[in-house]
Design a protein around this ligand. Sequence first.
Ligand code: ATP
Ligand code: ATP
Ligand code: CA
Length: 218
Amino acid sequence: MKREFAVIGLGRFGGSICRELSMEGMEVMAIDHDEDKVNEYKNIASHAVIADSTDEASLKELGIKNIDHVIVAIGDNIQASILTTVILTDLGIKKITVKAQNDRHEKILNKIGADQVVHPERDMGKRIAHSIISNNILDYLELSDDHSIVEVKAGRKMRGNTLVDLDIRANYGCNVVAIKHGKEINVSPSADDVLKEDDVLIVIGSDKDISRFEKHLV
Ligand code: ATP
Ligand code: ATP
Ligand code: CA
């Protein structure tokens, strides 16, 4: 059976989620209280409807209860975002993802039962900051408050060396979990594989250790 999604709030973020899910062939109900926004998604989403998501009766009427996963992408109006999330949790929606506008908003959303809270502006800012530090840093993913994963191109200092030569674990406290070369990915890199140009290392560690690694080796 096809999974059904609803996206509430069709700004840049919600709109992009709605487009992508639809392109992947998912059933998506697009909801906004702004008629113009809804019209934009008439031909993209499976259904596009005008509704105020802070109105419980309207959400019920839309049959939101039968939807597996609801994404709340209301940004500026924090009160509307919180009210909508409370209504959805009361209705017993299986999975609720909500976009947070700031750290306090994020805390509240977690407390009232959002299953997943995302903070795209903050997270994208962090990722871009890391890619600015070094051209070799391709991606950065936060695992927890103080642990992350980075994807780094084998820099000048790494090429021609093995993982043993570099001794990344002892020197930087980080672990290389995989090495990518083109489309191939080696998920159990051996200690004596020689790193080549264009190799990409996937490295996991504490933020402090990764920061040292980024500054010295990348
Ligand atoms: P983005 O940065 O993703 O463009 P934003 O963070 O600036 O968006 P807003 O523009 O405030 O967020 O809100 C996104 C959308 O949510 C808007 O299209 C807005 O009309 C819609 N929206 C806000 N409140 C409600 C509500 N109560 N019910 C339905 N839609 C709402
Ligand atoms: P967000 O990343 O939070 O979604 P946004 O896309 O909504 O941000 P704005 O809030 O409009 O963008 O602008 C971001 C910041 O840029 C604000 O702090 C604003 O004060 C600042 N800013 C806007 N115009 C100028 C300017 N001409 N000179 C300096 N700073 C500016
Ligand atoms: Ca915004």
